[in-house]
Design a protein around this ligand. Structure first.
Ligand SMILES: Cc1cc2nc3c(=O)[nH]c(=O)nc-3n(C[C@H](O)[C@H](O)[C@H](O)COP(=O)(O)OP(=O)(O)OC[C@H]3O[C@@H](n4cnc5c(N)ncnc54)[C@H](O)[C@@H]3O)c2cc1C
Length: 407
């Protein structure tokens, strides 16, 4: 299919999608042009849950892309979902984060709930009638989630949950909390789906933050909360794997969202470079500005290719998907922070105004480098993988036989 519009950024990656998938991207583009883009500044003015945005995403079937067809979703391939999330991220982090957040919070229900629980909840999650929140992080367990202190104890036909969670997105609007806890009398971790109104659940007031307005966060406390065994996700001991499975999808989504925002930032800066003249000529005619734009566009296209490969690997179920997801998230989110900073610089004082979108982009960019594993954690994952594989990897043919220490 030919490019949908004459954009600053290439549409070449759309060629990887079939006609139905391309039509979905076109629908999302139209929504961004007509609804999410024009409303983004208003939506992000206050950090309260953006119900209209969420309902539009659900009504238009965008929330449903995360869910299997048999429950009303479209089970979209990741190569499509990254295009959708990129489109949303280009104008509105609120809407993009609602889609990555749906993956994060509902994936364990798709992957680990009993058939009866799936049949009860997934159709309603697809339509946006109900929501879930993903509750992993704790005061003593952020980057290092194995430090979790929340604990679940077997008790008759259920579990007793105690502990607390921190930074939980959508806790105040979710009907169900997907909680990962340590098994008190067994090995490893357990995933439990906890009703928000279960006795012993306390959800704090929303906690103020820098950006990502429209998707507030809260703190959770659990005191002797009884959870029926029917609401266990997977088996006892599966909790960590369920969380990693959800995080894997959400990381690729974070990367796509960051790329969308970086694309939006360059579009805005490039438009400014056309509109503004300094020292007798258009800003965009100065070589220093052209070089900045060239670096931004080149790096973004390289990063889009990496994120696309990570999504393809996810769709194929390749063994090295997690490493590529880490590379994609690391590269795209760090790049986004740099591009948004440079774009704001290029737009001068206007970039710093609340009325100008880059102020919002700048605040939103930071979280992509922290949530779903900070950049440094992903570097550790990638570097550990390289070091582990190096010993058995094909040697570079320039080398003599024997250990390199004998050179
Ligand atoms: C707005 C927002 C929304 C969130 N939503 C959710 C949610 O819905 N559910 C949920 O469970 N959690 C959520 N989180 C939590 C988020 O996932 C964590 O903040 C993140 O994983 C980092 O954990 P931490 O904040 O405890 O940082 P820490 O673990 O204290 O790490 C701090 C910093 O130290 C550095 N660092 C850490 N480890 C290493 C290392 N090994 N080597 C080098 N440097 C390192 C990194 O720079 C890191 O940013 C959210 C957080 C925010 C701010």
């Amino acid at each position: 299919m030919a490019a949908m519009t004459d954009r600053l950024f290439s549409d070449h990656l759309l060629a990887a999608l079939d006609a139905e998938e391309q039509a979905m991207v076109a629908r999302v583009r139209a929504l961004c042009r007509d609804v999410f883009g024009p409303q983004a500044a208003t939506v992000a003015r206050r950090d309260v849950f953006a119900w209209d945005t969420f309902r539009t995403l659900a009504r238009e079937g965008i929330v449903g892309t995360a869910f299997p067809r048999e429950y009303g979703g479209t089970d979209a391939r990741q190569v499509l979902r990254i295009r959708i999330i990129e489109e949303l991220g280009r104008v509105c982090s609120t809407s993009a984060s609602m889609i990555t957040g749906t993956d994060l919070s509902a994936r364990a229900v798709v992957a680990g709930a009993s058939p009866a629980l799936r049949a009860e909840l997934l159709p309603r999650l697809c339509t946006g009638e109900i929501q879930t929140a993903f509750a992993l992080t704790e005061t003593g367990a952020g980057s290092d989630v194995r430090g979790l202190a929340s604990r679940a104890r077997r008790d008759g036909d259920g579990y007793i949950l105690n502990g607390g969670k921190k930074f939980i997105t959508r806790a105040t609007t979710a009907d169900w909390l997907m909680v990962i806890a340590r098994l008190e009398d067994g090995d490893g971790f357990i995933g439990l789906l906890v009703a928000r109104d279960a006795p012993g659940v306390h959800i704090s007031a929303e906690v103020g933050k820098l950006g990502w307005f429209g998707v507030p966060i809260s703190t959770l406390a659990f005191t002797d909360v009884r959870v029926p065994a029917t609401h266990r996700l997977g088996e006892e001991g599966d909790g960590f794997a369920l969380a990693q499975d959800a995080l894997l999808r959400a990381r690729i989504g974070h990367a796509a969202m960051a790329l969308g925002r970086a694309i939006g930032a360059v579009e805005i800066a490039a438009t400014y470079a056309c509109d503004r003249s300094t020292f007798g000529k258009p800003l965009g005619s100065h070589q220093g500005v052209q070089w900045m734009l060239a670096d931004m566009v080149t790096q973004i296209e390289a990063s889009r290719a990496l994120v696309h490969v990570a999504a393809q690997k996810y769709d194929r179920g390749d063994a090295d998907t997690a490493t590529f997801a880490s590379m994609a998230k690391l590269h795209a989110t760090d790049l986004c922070m740099k591009v948004v900073t440079d774009a704001l610089q290029l737009t001068g004082g206007r970039g710093y105004l609340q009325d100008f979108p880059l102020e919002r982009f700048f605040r939103d960019a930071k979280l992509n480098q922290i949530g779903e594993g900070a950049s440094e954690v992903h570097k550790t994952v990638i570097g550990r993988d390289v070091a582990r594989r190096a010993a058995s990897a094909e040697r570079n043919p320039c080398l003599r036989d024997g250990p390199l220490t004998e050179y």
